[in-house]
Design a protein around this ligand. Structure first.
Ligand SMILES: [Zn+2]
Length: 264
């Protein structure tokens, strides 16, 4: 899928989690629902850091272009080192290492640890990175162009600062789900994991599938491309994605959000 569909599916997924959490007796304060949805929308772009043309690789100027090259090389090296006889030859690392459940868990755990260990600046950094991605993903063409980059960064920095202040207030969600002292913001890793997994799921629906199970082998393959039967797959950016999936994500997200906030 393309950036906007990935971001929308990420936001919708977190709003769905909000509805489930409310049903399970852990209702999210509204800042957790909002911030989580934005982080998840941003995190749903992150796995494509292995692709030069992806939204995330252009979102932070030279820093992300440089990171993208490293991630591509690393992914390709891991692919070559761990492939089984049934895995095809490849020429690059796109849709390999960063498109696995293990990567999702590691990135999410990394964010949780950063939020706890580095405290306020850690939380701000996580919020800032994901706000930039959420803005780029959800506004897409409107946020594109080199001159708008600085505006996107400023908007993301401002909203990260404001949202962190709101979350810090008592009862507004810094201790949602994990309530013991010292566990504030531990939950920040959850929308990060979820976003990456939703991205993998979205890619699995497209023609080439997604090796989300790695390193668990399936038959003669360790990079088994998970996906539905060929006839049910679609091309990235096709009408199914734009005219069917994106409106569905919006409706599901709206319903999830309403349930999560107890409006319906
Ligand atoms: Zn992808």
């Amino acid at each position: 899928m393309m950036g906007p569909a990935h971001s929308l599916s990420g936001a919708a997924a977190w709003l769905g989690v909000g509805a489930a959490a409310a049903a399970a007796g852990h209702p999210m304060p509204w800042p957790v629902l909002l911030v989580g949805a934005l982080i998840c929308a941003g995190a749903a772009l992150a796995p494509d850091l292995d692709h030069k043309a992806a939204t995330i690789s252009r979102s932070f100027g030279p820093v992300s272009r440089w990171l993208c090259e490293i991630v591509d090389k690393l992914s390709y090296a891991v692919y070559k080192a761990t492939k089984k006889p049934g895995d095809p030859r490849r020429s690059g690392g796109h849709r390999t290492l960063t498109h696995t459940w293990l990567w999702a868990v590691l990135i999410g755990a990394g964010c949780s640890v950063t939020a706890i260990a580095v405290d306020r600046w850690g939380v701000l950094a996580i919020l800032f990175v994901h706000m930039v991605l959420a803005i780029e993903g959800l506004l897409w063409r409107a946020a594109r162009g080199s001159s708008s980059d600085v505006l996107v960064w400023l908007l993301a920095a401002t909203s990260a600062w404001i949202l962190a202040d709101i979350l810090d207030q008592p009862g507004q969600g810094s201790d949602w789900l994990f309530t013991a002292p010292g566990q504030e913001y531990l939950w920040l890793g959850l929308p990060v994991v979820l976003g990456a997994l939703v991205h993998d799921l979205g890619d699995a629906l497209t023609v080439s599938g997604c090796p989300v199970l790695w390193p668990i082998p399936v038959g003669r393959k360790r990079w088994y491309p998970v996906g539905p039967p060929k006839a049910m797959r679609f091309r990235a950016g096709s009408w199914v994605e734009l005219k069917v999936l994106m409106p569905v994500f919006m409706v599901l997200g709206g319903v999830g959000g309403a349930v999560a906030l107890n409006v319906i």
